[in-house]
Design a protein. Structure first.
Length: 246
């Protein structure tokens, strides 16, 4: 289910927490994203995939137990402003954990979370996404635009004070994939057809770096205008995109 206000929450943080599911038929998977969660840097998560229903048949993928978030390390950790054990998401509303892996066909899955010392005394997340990813050979061209938007209304009083009626914040990512080959062009256009402006997608421009750069340039959102392509050079196509955080 979409929506920031819809959250899945456990009754406590004791022991392992397991989420399971299946599909009527096998799906090709290569990514798992747990988005909007409250996991700490001590938490682990584990994804397992089976080719049969109800977690039966052959185990086609097992991530093993992995850290859900990376701690800020020495040399980057600012002593004083944030507590030891902080991550790049400390203070953020939208912490996420991502697994990228070689594509497999799976019918059922199990996600196991462990974070017994969570100070909230419960675990929660807003979205769980399982699917396949699209990765072009050439990154978006220089000039990629990232900005914070804010639906805050401002008005001055008669005395000149600028008052603000706080609204939600969200990010806007805009750029151009300027060096797509014909296979990549077809895959990207099919992605656009299936997703449209109706469904959410997760975009990560700097995956697996574990840095503030990865955090800033990764978001769960929707196309606010449909990407459009051009055949700019022989053998290559370009596609511009605009995505806003949901």
């Amino acid at each position: 289910l979409q929506g920031r206000a819809r959250v899945a929450r456990t009754t406590d943080a004791t022991g392992s927490k397991v989420i399971e599911g299946e599909w009527p038929a096998a799906k090709v998977l290569s990514a798992c994203i747990l988005h909007g969660h409250n996991l700490t840097s001590a938490a682990t998560w584990r994804l397992q995939l089976w080719d049969g229903a109800a977690q039966t048949g052959a185990l086609v993928f097992d991530s093993t137990a992995l850290p859900a978030l990376r701690r800020i390390g020495w040399g980057v950790f600012p002593f004083g402003p944030v507590p030891w054990g902080a991550t790049v998401f400390t203070g953020w509303e939208r912490a996420f954990s991502v697994l990228w892996f070689a594509a497999v066909a799976a019918r059922s899955w199990r996600l196991t979370l462990l974070d017994e010392d969570n100070p909230d005394d419960y675990l929660q997340a807003k979205r769980l996404l399982l699917g396949s990813y699209f990765e072009p050979t050439v990154n978006p061209e220089f000039g990629l635009e990232l900005k914070w938007e804010e639906d805050t209304a401002q008005q001055r009083t008669q005395a000149g004070t600028l008052r603000s009626d706080a609204g939600p914040q969200y990010r806007r990512l805009a750029g151009n994939l300027s060096q797509l080959d014909d296979v990549e062009r077809a895959l990207f256009m099919e992605l656009c057809r299936q997703v449209g402006k109706r469904r959410e997608i997760f975009v990560s421009v700097f995956p697996e770096t574990g840095s503030t750069q990865e955090r800033d340039y990764a978001l769960l959102g929707k196309f606010t205008q449909m990407p459009h392509g051009q055949h700019g050079n022989p053998g290559s196509w370009s596609n511009t995109f605009v995505i806003e955080e949901g």
